[in-house]
Ligand binder design. Structure first.
Ligand code: F6P
Length: 365
């Protein structure tokens, strides 16, 4: 009988509970193995050992729930861990401590469910000799080596519904609405929800924007009788003259990662300076963590469940150092090394961008 440990790391994402349930139903229900859930991502393997037994009963009724039963953290990266000494923060590699705690657990394998950061840690632990399998998670859909990550479909649905709602109020008040959505490096959420929600302008991290061209597009719409405009901006979008807009918050000294935020406000301020449309009212909406919360879509429930089952299949075959992935309609696997090699970004010359532009959507250039 094997013991399998599972943890969810990084930002939460709709479908995580479907993955946990898929793992437990397959590992416990089919193989009769033992599954333990590590709490709060890698934190649960760092500060002593925090875990709980996961039996079939413990995963009842969680398929439709957002968040993660196990808790998560995007602060405790064991490869870059903040240790405060004499008031100064030092960043240390404490992965040996993770391996030590994992060995104390007596587990045969670890399933790490997470995005780019979590999977890089997983790859490192695999290189240190741990039996690791990864499952790709992120609403940003920015992971290479899988056609799509679970959570993304739900996020696009949430943003599309928000855009539908914003359309009616923007039109009634003849306003320009700038909607900020998540997407640090990749603009998939902005692009696909923008197309689905009938946005007029979409701004992506991959295409630096030209504010004069955006103002011209808004003015042109007005001249043609549309007295409102909807702009969707990924949080990582930047002007061709500037940098990404950073909004570092107090707690971020723990992660060493800059938090983005404020691009909608920046774009709105820039539009207010445009001569021809100075009389138009410009408002901003930041959708933020609403995109990550709540119930997963049927697509994400199914994909998360399939990923969970596939991860258990890999462990049964002793096939470690792999990440489960979706290619076309099939769930398969790829090496973790390949998965974390580079990010899945929107191709500024690709078919999706091209289609958006042919639909009359302005991409900021
Ligand atoms: O990784 C997904 C993501 O949604 C990014 O787009 C965003 O920058 C980040 O999470 C925000 O995470 P948090 O505010 O929870 O730390």
């Amino acid at each position: 009988m094997k013991t399998v440990a599972i943890l969810t790391g990084g930002g939460d994402c709709p479908g995580l509970n479907a993955v946990i349930r898929g793992v437990v139903r397959s590992a416990v229900g089919q193989h009769k193995w033992r599954v333990v859930g590590i709490e709060d991502g890698f934190d649960g393997l760092l500060h002593g050992l925090c875990y709980r037994e996961l039996d079939l009963k413990s995963v009842r009724g969680i398929l439709q729930l957002g968040g993660t039963l196990l808790g998560t953290s995007n602060h405790g990266n064991p490869l870059h861990y903040p240790v405060i000494e004499n008031g100064e923060t030092h960043w240390l590699d404490v992965s040996d401590q993770v391996v030590e705690n994992f060995n104390r657990l007596g587990a045969d394998a670890l399933i790490a469910v997470g995005g780019d950061g979590t999977l890089k840690i997983a790859q490192h632990l695999y290189e240190l000799g741990m039996n690791v399998v990864g499952i790709p998670k992120t609403i940003d859909n920015d992971l290479k080596a899988t056609d799509v990550t679970f959570g993304y479909n739900t996020a696009v649905g949430v943003v599309t519904e928000a855009l539908d709602r914003l359309h009616t109020t923007a039109e009634s008040h003849h306003r320009v609405m700038v909607v900020e959505v998540m997407g640090r490096d990749a603009g998939w959420i902005a692009l696909e929800s923008g197309i689905a929600g009938g946005a007029d302008v979409i701004l992506l991290p991959e295409i630096p924007y030209n504010i004069e061209r955006i103002c011209q597009a808004i003015q042109k719409r007005r001249e043609s009788g549309s007295r409102f405009s909807i702009i969707v901006a990924a949080e990582g979008a930047r002007s061709r003259h500037g940098q990404q807009v950073v909004q570092t918050m107090a707690g971020d000294s723990r992660s060493g990662v800059e938090r983005l935020g404020g691009v909608a406000q920046q774009v709105a301020d820039e539009i207010r300076q445009c001569q021809d449309i100075q009389d138009m009212e410009v408002r901003t909406v930041v959708l933020g963590h609403l995109q990550r919360g709540g119930s997963p879509s049927p697509f994400d429930r199914i994909l998360g469940s399939r990923f969970g089952v596939k991860a258990v299949d890999l462990i049964a075959a002793g096939d470690y150092g792999k990440m489960v992935s979706l290619r076309g309609r099939n769930v398969g696997s790829t090496t973790l090394a390949e998965a974390v090699d580079s990010l899945n970004l929107v191709d500024p010359c690709g078919e999706l961008v091209n289609a958006a532009e042919k639909l009359g959507i302005m991409l900021g250039r």
